[in-house]
Design a protein around this ligand. Structure first.
Ligand code: PMP
Ligand code: GLN
Length: 379
């Protein structure tokens, strides 16, 4: 083969999950919940399977689900997305992101991304002949330097990818960040791809500010979301993309030949489950408790906590404790302490000494307490 992705191997999530399995370690590496989704949601899937909703869904997705998403997004942002021609149901946010990137990126186009960055963005840009251009977040993940972002724009820049709440750092973008973004994309006529899969997991009273909430920004944005995190159903791979109708028309040309359509009875079930806002509005306090339990359980290890404002990840710095490379430490802790994490360097383009690990706290409370005990013994 002449590899399309010569630099890419197996993802760090697969690598660390396998290592966790081999060493029977607690897997705080790959981000997925340990607990099951709601029994009521499972009953709905069962209901729709028994009703015979088992053949291809419409290419754009089950209309009832698109309508439910339109209603929910309108209530949160006052922006209207038309269910018929501005909402597409995808195979998880991964497909939504890939197709959105593929829709806008042509050979030689540059795409600005913030690093550390979720691992699917760069390969998606490169497979479409584009070039990722990186803006590195400050080490404390405290602010975005918009002068630096501006300085990265060239005449080849086509799009910018944002992610709030952010994986892996847990950073939440502020209203000022979104305003700055709006000014920048307006000035340079750029597309925006906004990854909002953790929209309902946000802590300490902060608010999620969607790209959809600023009309001029929404007019340039492919908003990618997922029900995997919101309903503890990462294995269902049901996500979506919201975008203006001219964007959606191009997006669907690619979506229809990539997957055509997405698993039918699950779309009906999610559409019905979404009608009760409590099903997603309670998620932030649920995860905030878990973040606090985990942080308390590791407080005597000497690991320093980075801010985690949202998502289900806690980053910790170990520079006072060890000189090891983060991958080496993550592997050693999996083998010796029995707790797996993700080395933060895997979210950066250039290998560097970051001395930071990412732990996923989407786990049962006793698992988090046990992980704390195990880490206390080894660190
Ligand atoms: N974006 C981010 C930031 C994620 O963390 C994830 C999954 N962990 C995805 C996209 C992919 O979502 P999905 O599982 O719905 O494909
Ligand atoms: N998004 C999850 C994480 O950040 C993993 C998803 C995957 O394995 N591709 O851990």
């Amino acid at each position: 083969f002449q590899s399309k992705l010569p630099k890419v191997g197996t993802t760090i999530f697969t690598h660390m999950s396998k290592l966790a399995e081999d060493y029977k370690a607690i897997n705080l590496a790959q981000g997925f919940p340990e607990f099951d989704c709601s029994p009521d949601l499972q009953k709905l899937v069962d209901k729709y399977i028994k009703q015979g909703k088992n053949q291809y869904a419409p290419m754009a997705g089950v209309l009832a689900l698109r309508e439910a998403i339109a209603q929910k997004v309108f209530e949160a942002t006052s922006t209207e997305y038309h269910p018929v021609n501005e909402i597409t149901i995808t195979s998880g946010a991964t497909e939504a992101l890939y197709v959105a990137i593929s829709t806008v990126v042509n050979r030689g186009d540059e795409v600005i991304i913030f690093e550390p960055a979720y691992d699917s963005y760069v390969p998606a840009i490169e497979m479409n002949g584009g070039l990722p251009v990186f803006v590195t977040l400050d080490p404390q993940y405290e602010y975005i330097d918009w002068e630096i972002v501006n300085s990265k724009v060239t005449e080849k820049t086509k799009a910018i990818i944002i992610n709030t709440p952010h994986n892996p750092t847990g950073k939440v973008w502020t209203a000022t960040d979104l305003k700055q973004l709006d000014l920048l994309v307006e000035k340079h006529d750029l597309f925006v791809i906004s990854d909002e899969v953790y929209e309902h997991i946000i802590f300490d009273g902060l608010q999620h500010i969607s790209a959809a909430s600023i009309p001029s920004l929404a007019a340039r944005t492919f908003l990618c979301g997922s029900f995997g995190k919101t309903f503890h159903t990462t294995g269902w791979k049901v996500g979506y993309c919201l975008s203006p109708k001219e964007f959606t028309a191009e997006f669907r040309k690619i979506h229809q030949y990539m997957v055509f359509s997405v698993i039918t009875p699950f779309q009906f079930a999610i559409a019905e489950f979404l009608k009760e806002p409590e099903h997603y509005l309670s998620l932030s306090s649920f995860y905030e408790t878990k973040r606090n339990i985990f942080n308390n359980a590791i407080k005597d290890t000497g690991l320093t906590l980075k801010p985690s404002e949202g998502s289900f990840f806690q980053n910790v710095c170990y520079e006072n404790l060890s000189d090891e490379h983060d991958l080496a430490l993550a592997e050693r802790l999996t083998k010796e302490a029995g707790v797996a994490s993700i080395p933060i360097s895997s979210f950066y383009d250039q290998p560097s000494d970051f001395r930071v690990l990412r732990f996923c706290f989407a786990k049962n409370n006793d698992t988090l307490l046990r992980a704390g005990e195990l880490l206390n013994k080894v660190i």
